[in-house]
Design a protein around this ligand. Structure first.
Ligand code: AMP
Length: 311
């Protein structure tokens, strides 16, 4: 079943201890779409400006992403984000955010995009996420991501958007900020009472946790010798996670399926951070993903070996 995604389509200027890139292709929806395209057909929705290059459209087309609902706004500028990472790649500083064409954007989805059964509301203004959600009332699985900026600047709208989705995917610090609870587990359990039935707490280089009404599951990040640029890791994770669920449309969204989706999200995200922006994912193959999921399973598996314990 195809996936529709709305979110930022961006140019990112990024500095990490390992180098920098100026105005490279980025944006939450782009990172998501490239990752999810390994599992299902993806339709990306959002505006770009006059400055958006045909070669950047080609990056998406090359992965089979349907870009026909990307609207070019004459006289407008593409969303721009500038960020800087220090040695602790888990924390970054946002130096500039320019909404550009996203300001006042009204999404008009094609019939094909409205017919997707899976919807990902990638990080962007919650009003825009809700406008798109309203155009897919019958979607079977709706997941949402957001960030500190929108928790602070548009809390009410974000809360409405969260209530109307099946799955919330958020960084651990944002889950704390959203709920005012220090424990990630308690924060996730609280959000489960608002509407969503699946919560994913992303923890950067420490991995991600899955919290549902039935249980808890956690995976570490895939161990890498060198991380070059973490930008888009969360969205790439979401692309693997949601993509895997979309690829199993005939099955119930069981705890077991969600755990497998977590493994695929973790594997995809680990490739993304090996190089700047979308560089590594552009060259990725299905075989690379299969091999990494297998390795992740070996790294995280242990057998139940009871030992007589002394009380
Ligand atoms: P991630 O590293 O997964 O959190 O996502 C980084 C991506 O999010 C970058 O490619 C940025 O273009 C995009 N981004 C940064 N700030 C915002 C924002 N306020 N709204 C939407 N997208 C953003």
């Amino acid at each position: 079943m195809s996936i529709t995604v709305v979110g930022s389509i961006a140019y990112d200027t990024v500095t990490t201890p390992f180098g920098e890139r100026d105005r490279m292709l980025g944006g939450a929806a782009v990172h998501f779409a490239l990752a999810a395209s390994f599992f299902e057909e993806v339709r990306i929705v959002g505006p770009v400006g006059d400055d958006f290059g045909e070669d950047d459209f080609d990056v998406m087309r090359h992965r089979g992403v349907d870009v026909s609902d990307v609207e070019r706004i004459a006289g407008g500028r593409t969303f721009f984000w500038r960020g800087k990472y220090g040695w602790d790649l888990n924390s970054r500083e946002t130096l500039d955010t320019q909404l550009g064409v996203f300001e006042g954007f009204q999404p008009k989805l094609s019939d094909a995009s409205r017919e997707s059964e899976v919807l990902f509301l990638a990080n962007i203004q919650p009003d825009l996420q809700r406008e798109v959600r309203a155009q897919l009332p019958d979607a079977r699985f709706v997941a949402l991501d957001s960030m500190n900026l929108w928790i602070e600047a548009a809390r009410d709208s974000l809360m409405k958007a969260i209530r109307d989705c099946d799955c919330l995917i958020l960084n651990d610090s944002e889950l704390r900020q959203l709920t005012g609870r220090a424990s990630i587990y308690a924060a996730a359990r609280e959000v489960l009472t608002w509407g969503p039935r699946v919560i994913v707490a992303k923890q950067g280089e420490y991995g991600a946790a899955l919290i549902t009404g039935e249980g808890f599951f956690s995976l570490p990040a895939f161990p890498l010798e060198q991380v070059v640029d973490p930008t888009g890791a969360g969205d790439t994770f979401a692309g693997g996670f949601v993509g895997y669920i979309a690829a199993h449309s005939h099955e119930d969204i069981s705890e077991d399926l969600l755990r497998q989706a977590m493994a695929h999200g973790t594997a995809l995200a680990s490739f993304n951070v090996e190089e700047f922006g979308t560089e590594r994912i552009e060259r990725l193959s299905g075989g690379d993903i299969v091999a990494r999921v297998r390795q992740l399973r070996e790294f995280t598996h242990f057998s139940d070996a009871p030992v007589p314990l002394r009380d």
